[in-house]
Design a binder for this molecule. Structure first.
Ligand SMILES: [Zn+2]
Length: 157
């Protein structure tokens, strides 16, 4: 029998990293380069998020990526008091959905980066959060907190 070893935080975190698929892989690559973009339909020009193969408006296949400001408003949020990722046990972590300013109906999930809870419909700005050299997430901070330093989620840069 071997002695108890604490879990390796990096391997546990890796288990929670996003797995890009056919439609989202380009988006994750752009995000890793600190660029925020959404799909724009090649046929009707509708902007859409999350990435998908077909346009919900005209059902055409084919889209390209258009950079837009990572801005929106708070739509909803939760506060996790049961951490699922090692290294995030020091306090409750709010996360939630933001309504994208550039995409009608576009919602995006992200961690909250402020010491206070979000306010419904308050303006927010995206903060690029590198998790690994290959994976960057987009966290959300109050719009006036340009550098996202308002909270600093543990383990994030
Ligand atoms: Zn379309």
């Amino acid at each position: 029998m071997t002695g108890h070893r604490p879990p390796d935080p990096r391997s546990a975190l890796t288990a929670h990293l996003p797995r890009p698929d056919r439609d989202s892989a380009p988006w994750w690559e752009l995000l890793a380069g600190r660029r925020f973009a959404v799909q724009e339909c090649d046929f009707c020009g509708m902007l859409r998020f999350p990435p998908r193969a077909f346009c919900a408006a005209c059902r055409a296949e084919g889209a390209h990526w258009r950079e837009v400001p990572p801005e929106g408003t708070v739509e909803s949020w939760i506060v996790s008091r049961q951490p699922f990722v090692p290294g995030r046990r020091d306090r409750p972590i709010p996360s939630g959905n933001g309504r994208l300013a550039a995409v009608p109906g576009g919602l995006i999930y992200g961690n909250w980066r402020a010491e206070r809870q979000p306010v419904p419909r308050e303006p927010v700005a995206g903060v690029f959060a590198e998790v690994t050299p290959e994976v960057t997430l987009l966290d959300w901070a109050p719009a006036g907190d340009a550098d996202g330093s308002g909270a600093g989620i543990p383990g994030r840069t």
